[in-house]
Design a protein around this ligand. Structure first.
Ligand SMILES: Cc1cc2nc3c(=O)[nH]c(=O)nc-3n(C[C@H](O)[C@H](O)[C@H](O)COP(=O)(O)OP(=O)(O)OC[C@H]3O[C@@H](n4cnc5c(N)ncnc54)[C@H](O)[C@@H]3O)c2cc1C
Length: 397
């Protein structure tokens, strides 16, 4: 009888994290790398914000998964249903079992519609939408660009939302559109943000509030969206000043996210990790199982999850897998993350910070935290090419 298939490094999830890491490991000389990924199409998710802002299409962000699997990497087109870390074994939905020497868990996170009663039903109507799921991202711009009067509410959760401040992109792209059309006086814009800050960098938080004020946007921070009633187009929020109810003509949501249920079901979460993969935020090694690693949106890295963060996390995991085997010193991830926010249809600012909210600019000159035209062009047109040609090919150090 055949035993289970074994791989030296087995990676769960072929998204940004999984493909970048697989390619990096191959570059570093690892001979046996396999990726488990059920989807036939790979998506460059940051482009969804531009789809929601009417500046891109879904075709712009999709490529066949087969085209991004690095040469020499085995692809299992399957979904993981459970992991047995004690036996170093992974169960696939089709019933196959794989074993590993080291396992990297990076299946991302998914929208937690249950967290806001009524939100999912609302998003299926023409008055509410989100950029955090591909098809509604297209509908977001149809909804926002079609609004000529009334109230537009933008609600951004801080519960595990990937790169949450980019929820401000559709807001400012729409506000600038409404200004150009002479509609700003006819539209009341409400911004409801669960976090105390718009972004975890003090200077950019201050600047974005000033930009919001320039559009006449009412900003409430520390405000939690509790429920949505699509039938009456109203929503309930809890703010530091007390509960409130808002009527909306257009509602944009950056909704709470959760980890896949099998992470906790496999004993890989911790009592405090809310179902997310419990790793040491610095070494990215699992807190209980030294041959299990995690990065990306599923991992408890004590930092804003983002693609930018992965540029730093991928080399750390690649190095530390080898270091565990040789006894070399491990590298650490400092919590670097990014928030690129369009401030109009012409300009974007890039906030870069560590897990303590300290600025961590990639370059001092020019000042990337100041809104610039060149930054918007880079984020919309150049960065996707960097993603396909460099990041997914493991060209990170
Ligand atoms: C709307 C939006 C805008 C964003 N904008 C930006 C931005 O401007 N800048 C930035 O830096 N970041 C941005 N991000 C964040 C960035 O896209 C994520 O942080 C990044 O994609 C995380 O990579 P990941 O590999 O952890 O997860 P993902 O990229 O989500 O990949 C996870 C993969 O795992 C697979 N998977 C799921 N379940 C299983 C299973 N059971 N078995 C096997 N495979 C499985 C999925 O199919 C998927 O392919 C944005 C995200 C969104 C949603």
């Amino acid at each position: 009888m055949n035993g289970p298939l074994h791989h030296d490094v087995l990676i769960v999830g072929g998204g940004n994290a999984g493909i970048s890491l697989a390619a990096k490991l191959r570059r570093d000389g690892c001979r046996d790398v396999a990726v488990i990924e059920p989807k036939a199409v790979h998506e460059y998710r940051p482009m969804l914000s531009y789809v929601a802002g009417g500046m891109a299409t879904l075709e712009d962000l999709r490529r066949p998964q087969a085209d991004v699997i690095p040469p020499g990497v085995r692809w299992y087109r399957d979904a993981v249903s459970g992991i047995d870390p004690e036996r170093s074994a992974v169960q696939l939905a089709t019933g196959t079992e794989l074993t590993f020497t080291d396992l990297v868990v990076c299946p991302g996170s998914q929208v937690d519609w249950d967290a806001i009663p009524g939100a999912q039903a609302a998003v299926s109507t023409v008055r509410a939408s989100t950029s955090y799921v591909p098809e509604p991202a297209v509908d977001t711009w149809t909804m926002l660009s079609g609004l000529v009067a009334g109230t537009a509410v933008f609600a951004i959760s801080d519960r595990h939302v990937p790169c949450a401040p980019v929820g401000l992109k559709p807001l400012f792209l729409a506000a600038d559109h409404w200004r150009a059309k002479g509609l700003l006086d006819a539209i009341t814009i409400e911004l409801v943000v669960e976090s105390d800050r718009l972004v975890d960098l003090e200077r950019s938080d201050h600047d974005l509030r000033a930009i919001a004020a320039g559009y006449g946007i009412r900003v409430r921070t520390g405000a939690v969206l509790e429920s949505v009633d699509a039938a009456s187009s109203t929503l309930r929020i809890r703010t530091p000043a007390g509960p409130d109810e808002l009527r909306y003509d257009a509602l944009y949501l950056a909704p709470p996210h959760r980890a896949p249920g099998w992470v906790a079901g496999s004993g890989l979460a911790s009592p405090t990790s809310e179902g997310f993969l419990a790793v040491d935020p610095r070494t990215l090694q699992h807190v209980d199982h030294p041959t299990v690693w995690g990065l990306g949106d599923v991992a408890t890295v004590d930092a804003l999850p983002s693609g930018g963060a992965l540029r730093k996390q991928v080399p750390v995991v690649a190095h530390n897998i080898a270091a565990r085997r040789t006894g070399a010193t491990m590298r650490t991830y400092d919590g670097y993350s990014i928030a690129p926010v369009t401030t109009s249809r012409r300009e974007l600012l890039l906030a870069e910070f560590d897990r303590d909210g300290r600025p961590e600019p990639t370059m001092r000159v020019p000042d990337l935290a100041r809104p610039r035209r060149s930054l918007l062009v880079f984020d919309r047109y150049v960065e996707p090419q960097v993603y396909w040609r460099r990041l997914l090919r493991g060209k990170v150090s």
